[in-house]
Design a protein around this ligand. Structure first.
Ligand code: ZN
Length: 170
């Protein structure tokens, strides 16, 4: 007896087992489970929480997962971000939904060891666009500083890298 099905039946030959497995409910279920596990293990890198890509976003809003680090959520709220209430939330009924003052807001555990959560927060599209513009302007400023560095006092800047940029290379 060398071939054993997950249901416990034993077979002398491999092909007998294969034939049985095709009709055995338990074997098919186990195979399906293994396939699901394999897909999961490929999709989710170890230790990296798989963020749900989207959650409910009201019309005219933009949503983001925001880490519940100390002060971070308050900062977001001051910046115009709001929590989204989970209409299906029953506080404290699952490990994913602990009974806290934020318990009925859409959230998920992003660090199983510390229990840290990220919260789904939304902001008005217009405010979001303004923020993006401000961020771009800030980035542009940094880029300009890198490409056109202001010479320190007495510092020699070769002509090709002068603050006039690269247009004056002839
Ligand atoms: Zn079986």
């Amino acid at each position: 007896m060398s071939e054993i099905c997950v249901c416990g039946k034993e077979f002398e030959k491999k092909n007998q087992l294969v034939g049985h497995e095709a009709t055995c409910k338990e074997a098919r279920f186990a195979k399906r489970e293994a396939e699901v596990q394999e897909v999961r293990s490929k999709r989710i890198p170890l230790g990296t929480p798989q963020l749900k890509m989207t959650a409910h976003t009201p019309p005219g809003k933009v949503g983001h997962w925001i880490n519940g680090d100390p002060g971070r959520l308050e900062q977001a709220q001051k910046g115009g971000w709001d929590f989204v209430r989970d209409p299906n939330a029953k506080t404290g009924d699952t490990p994913e939904n602990t009974n806290t003052d934020l318990g009925s807001n859409v959230s998920m555990v992003v660090d199983k060891q510390t229990g840290k959560r990220a919260y789904w927060m939304v902001i008005d599209e217009e405010l979001y666009a303004e923020d993006q513009k401000a961020k771009e302007a800030e980035l542009k400023k940094i880029e300009d500083t890198i490409t056109n560095p202001k010479p320190a006092e007495g510092q020699y800047i070769p002509k090709s890298k002068s603050s006039f940029g690269y247009n004056d290379i002839k």
